[in-house]
Design a protein around this ligand. Structure first.
Ligand code: GLV
Ligand code: MG
Length: 308
């Protein structure tokens, strides 16, 4: 599987400081888990969090989940030790590192270089561990194209709405919901599209961040439905109650998946029947051509990843 296309419909946040949550996360149906050393882990418990995470990764039991650790951002004093302890201790059982509050390409390269050294020193395959880059401020957004291409390790660009809203002074406290007083559209549209374009231009995945009202599943679905409709690949989940909704919203509907497979079959059948001389075909009342085939490939590809 192309690493950038690992399933990530639901990306479950798990605080590294809580061994009980780490254990419980193994059995939940999220596509990805990210074991957090950043904001879910208070400064005093970060050293303990690193140890818990290394133990949990090495114990195994994560089934096919994408296993990610979120380290602290480079402006803190914790990043290097997070990376050294986690990759040295559990580098063989880890898929990606998530780097929060990325502001420029250099920060991604710095992480790449540090991980490369640890991989070499420990006999791990060099370059296997990917990077997930979180965009959480204006600097990160204006540099997002350079961030996306900073290292071949980059697999996803993630929108971090809570920090982003704070950093640009957006007047709302409810993450993902529209700021009061803004009634002419979606205040997040530009940011989401900017991230999506940087991801798509470089064959990376685009992931939407958290929805903090964890009891409000209808609210989660409303906000997740918007980024899913734009073409995002998945969203963070903070609570088991959000997982099924994310898996469903970021998979094609069964009828769309079936339709996509029918388009692909019909297109192949009619165009090959014409000895490669026909560029379009009919599927019932619908005319299909090369562009329809590409759209169908996207839906069918997502459906196959989702096990349809
Ligand atoms: C996530 O890290 C966010 O800030 O929304
Ligand atoms: Mg954040």
């Amino acid at each position: 599987m192309v690493e950038s296309q690992r399933p990530r419909r639901s990306c479950l946040a798990v605080p590294g400081s809580n061994p009980r949550f780490l254990e419980k996360a193994k059995g939940l149906p999220a596509d990805q888990v990210f074991l957090d050393l950043e904001d879910a882990c208070a400064p005093l418990v970060k050293p303990e969090g690193r140890k818990n995470i290394v133990a949990a990764l090495n114990e195994g039991g994560w089934a096919n989940k994408t296993r990610v650790v979120r380290v602290n951002d480079w402006t803190t004093e914790w990043t290097y030790r997070d990376v050294v302890e986690v990759v040295e201790g559990a580098g063989a059982n880890l898929d990606c590192l998530m780097l929060p509050k990325v502001q420029n390409a250099e920060q991604v390269r710095a992480l790449d270089m540090l991980v490369t050294q640890i991989e070499k020193a420990n006999g791990y395959e060099v370059g296997r561990i990917g990077i997930e880059a979180q965009i959480e401020n204006a600097q990160g957004l204006i540099n997002v194209d350079a961030i996306a291409t900073a290292s071949p390790r980059v697999e996803t660009i993630i929108f971090g709405p809570a920090d982003f809203m704070a950093s640009i002074n957006m007047k709302s406290l409810v993450v993902g919901e529209q700021p009061p007083g803004y009634d002419v559209g979606d205040a997040y549209h530009y940011i989401l599209m900017r991230i999506l374009m940087a991801a798509r231009a470089n064959d990376l995945q685009a992931i939407d961040g958290p929805y903090l009202q964890i009891k409000d599943v209808a609210g989660f679905k409303r906000v997740a439905g918007r980024s899913a409709a734009l073409g995002f690949d998945g969203k963070w989940v903070l609570h088991p109650g959000q997982i099924d909704a994310a898996n469903e919203l970021f998979s094609p509907r069964q009828e769309d998946y079936d339709h996509a497979e029918n388009i692909l079959d019909a297109y192949d059948y009619y165009t090959s029947e014409a000895g490669g001389k026909k560029g379009s075909a009919m599927l019932g009342d619908e005319m299909i051509d090369e562009a329809s085939r590409k759209m169908a490939l996207v839906v069918a590809g997502k459906g196959r990843v989702a096990g349809m």
